[in-house]
Ligand binder design. Sequence first.
Ligand code: MOS
Length: 734
Amino acid sequence: MNSTLPLVGAPNDRVDGRRKVTGTAPYAAEYPLAGLVYAVMVTATIGKGRVTTIDSRDAYHVPGVIAIMTHENAPRVDAGTANDPTAQEVMLLQDDVVRYDRQPVAVAIADTFEHAIDAAARVIVHYAPDQPAIAFTRGERYTPTEIHGEPAAFRNGDPDAAIAAAAVKLDNVYTTPVYHHNPMEPHATTAIWNSDGSLTVYDATQGVDADALTYAKTFGIPLSSVHVIAKFIGGGFGCKGTTWSHALLSAMAAKLTGKPVQLVLTRPQMFGSVGFRPQTHQRVALGAGRDGRLVGQIHQLTAQTSTFGEFVESSALISTAMYPPPNIAISHELVRLNTATPTYMRAPGESTGSFALESAMDELAVALAIDPVDLRLRNDVTTDAHGLPFSSRSLAKCLTQAADRFDWKRRNPQPRSMRAGDQLVGLGMAAASYPAHRSAASALVRIAADGSVTVQSAGVDLGTGAYTAFSQIAADLLGVPIASVRMELGDTQYPSAPVAGGSQLTASVGSAVKLAVLDARAKLLALVAGDAASPLHGVAADSIQLMNGGLYASGGRGESYAAILTRHGLANLEGRADAKPGNEQKTYAMHAFGAHFVELHVDATLGTIELQRIVSAFASGRIVNAKTATSQYYGGITFGIGMAMLEETRFDDRTARIMNANLSDYLVPTNADVPPIEVIIVPEEDTVVNEIGVKGIGEIGIVGVAAAIANAVYHATGRRIRDLPITPEKLLLA
Ligand code: MOS
């Protein structure tokens, strides 16, 4: 992957584009299987309590009904114990306890989807409700010990004393509400028990391998007896990174009925048993000298989790990477509420944490009368809070390049000073960071005797362009046209891969593809080295390139892969590799960085906000495909617009029920809400992060957007909104 490899970085069209737009790319609920029956969940209408009776008589009168599965007749499965990760997530009709609103309490199974919907609607569930706790002040508080294996709290020096003694200080609370993932494709599972006792599942999942493990454990069968397929999924944003109740319930329904079962969530059920971003309450205290240099920083998170599981929204971690001063403390605290267990949502931690930190930095800039871009440049660092050097850090370039493109210097820093007719004009900015994750991954590269190439990995393309990116990497390294590469993903029968989450898939699987090509190369070189019939016989291996569909040395001396394989009587030749993280994880801080600049108009009378323009720059190591990468950034920024201005899950405090579980009351950005977005890709070489120098781009786009919008709203109006979302009534009141 160097300048002689033209495809990597090129804005190639998606290799799966035609299948997507012609509707022939199969999603989890689009496999036409013989004898398929349909399942629809019945979900709880209380926030806490017990099911007393379930009356299914009317439901059984619906034509085509096969079964109504409840806690009374559901197959017994291992639904986990308190120490088991599965127990934190799934409710599998093993008892009569209701732990949250919209928890599955029954499943109707019928010959058609329509009959199943009808039957589900006729199941009458009686409850004995308890008083739920939904308010932050009402739940049990505790301090988790770790976040995804990292310590949940960290301290350097004495931040309280440093802030108290600082020339300029602030100490504020920022809050974010519950957000629900709303990918276009709802969760869906098609489950088939085969005659040999094995299970085949077509699942809307971000990771087939982890998914298969949960099925194996729940049903007490060997992992080798579970085959999970996820060829295409219609978005995930983190909610499809976990195997939730409905997925296991469809396999239970298949067991109960002895038929293949398809279960698709309704849009309202997307607000039930499949996770969400927890509400956060963040204290950020900053102390700085008159020169703008931070001397002390405190970032304390309180977030919700459920009564039966733990998920930590790791909001304060971002403070260890952005501008950590010598005196810094971060901490995370949880409150148990009567909801489902929260989960990962696009940039879990960084999205919410950046709203608090980057709003606070803007407030500090105002207090110091220093330009907010300049304030961040003055606080740029070379090591993170743990003292680890950054493998690469292009924050300053992102800030200055985006500021130039945006023409930031036209900004009068005085709030309410810029107008366009009767609109208040706001210009605001914020910075962004997201860690460069990777996990162990494997890949197979198979060169066939006709010269075509097949590449396989279990990794899932959640709609981001993974098929295309890996095709480009393989094509470039092998020196073949991208059209010669058949990329196969999303199947547990392929070499293992981690979940497509944490922005890690390209780094993880791309590195494995590279190593698998190197393995194939070594095997090809061994074939020609000992072969007197090869034009490359006797040529030094290090002067032989993989190019033009074969092995070639200088002067065009060489031969095609097809010629080599054919002469040796080989149908194909395979390269395999397992790639994994190395010691760099302990010796470097590895992050992508970015910056957003927002222009918006606020109607001074009505408080309505209209975004005008967003310019964002990102440095995220090597970019494999400039087109799909830019689309990822657009998507992340759009997600940030929703987070800042539109989205908010509302609960009834008395019942813990969600009041806006649909897309007409839970608002997500549509085209009319999204202004022109300009993305600047800041070139960055990083030889530390992984074999291919990729940092991942799926999540950094959202980080900092809400703060940039809040900061622009402050500039327009003089009103500092510290509670998301920023809605007109918050600008009219106060
Ligand atoms: Mo992403 S929230 O890590 O799937």
